[in-house]
Design a protein around this ligand. Structure first.
Ligand code: NI
Length: 262
């Protein structure tokens, strides 16, 4: 099983990384995509992916920090994207729930990073909150769908999810285990298993029974288990499919397998 979205570059997790990675392996999680959210965290994601063969990196500026995406930051991301351990541009998108950056700045940063993904031929990792319509419109306008990648922590309705899943893989996070998240279970049932990924989004969205604690990749099996229950498929099949899907969503992952020391 592979954690398709984790912030091991977050100081809350990197503080005890060797132990965390040992727990991850013991839980049967063989790898994780470390996702950047600003420039320093993208640099840390690359450093981690270079140091640990089980990790890969995505580099990008989260919508929260869109206002910081100037020309220098974009150039720095472009240099990072050349690293073989970098398999995607992300997380990028729009967040109209928190509005930590002004919406015009969010849209501009999203467009510029989609252009970067086209230029570097890398898939994308989408973050979307209360902005589905605009994210989809920008992906339409910028030929973003063809890049491939994932729509992480997906929480759109089941009909939208099946449409999005024609182009991007759908990330299922620990939300699926929350009693009130029937809409997440509905979308997980609607999307074909060949288009689903499982992820922790650690240190956030800790699944039941650890909800409220700091999340980490070792808790991914709880999300896998719930996905198996919800879809009525054996856990082993779900594990096999979602693991294969990570390599399909992020093709560079396979090409560079075992290419690093550590
Ligand atoms: Ni994230």
């Amino acid at each position: 099983m592979i954690d398709a979205h984790a912030h091991l570059n977050d100081p809350r997790l990197s503080a005890d990384l060797p132990d965390l990675l040992a727990r991850m392996r013991a839980a049967g999680v063989e790898g994780a995509l470390v996702v950047g959210y600003d420039l320093p965290s993208s640099q840390r994601a690359v450093a981690l992916a270079r140091a640990y063969p089980s990790l890969r990196a995505a580099v990008g500026i989260h919508p929260h920090d869109s206002k910081d995406l100037d020309a220098a930051a974009l150039d720095a991301l472009r240099v990072l994207a050349r690293e073989p351990a970098v398999v995607a541009i992300g997380e990028i998108g729009l967040d109209y729930h928190y509005d930590h950056s002004p919406r015009p700045a969010q849209r501009e940063a999203f467009r510029r990073q989609l252009a970067l993904a086209r230029e570097t031929a890398l898939p994308i990792v989408i973050h979307e909150r209360e902005a589905e319509e605009e994210v989809r419109a920008i992906l339409d306008a910028e030929e973003g769908w063809a890049l491939g990648g994932s729509w992480h922590c997906c929480s759109v309705d089941a009909v939208s999810a099946t449409e999005i899943a024609r182009h991007l893989f759908i990330g299922i996070a620990g939300w699926i285990t929350f009693p009130k998240s029937e809409h997440i279970r509905a979308l997980a049932r609607a999307v074909p298993m060949e288009r689903l990924l499982i992820e922790t989004d650690a240190p956030y969205i800790t699944p039941v029974p650890f909800r409220g604690r700091r999340n980490e990749p070792a808790y991914l099996p709880y999300t896998l288990q719930m996905l198996a229950e919800v879809t009525g498929k054996p856990a082993g099949d779900v594990e096999q499919s979602t693991t294969m899907n990570v390599r399909r969503a992020f093709p560079r992952w396979t090409l560079d397998e075992g290419g690093y020391d550590g």
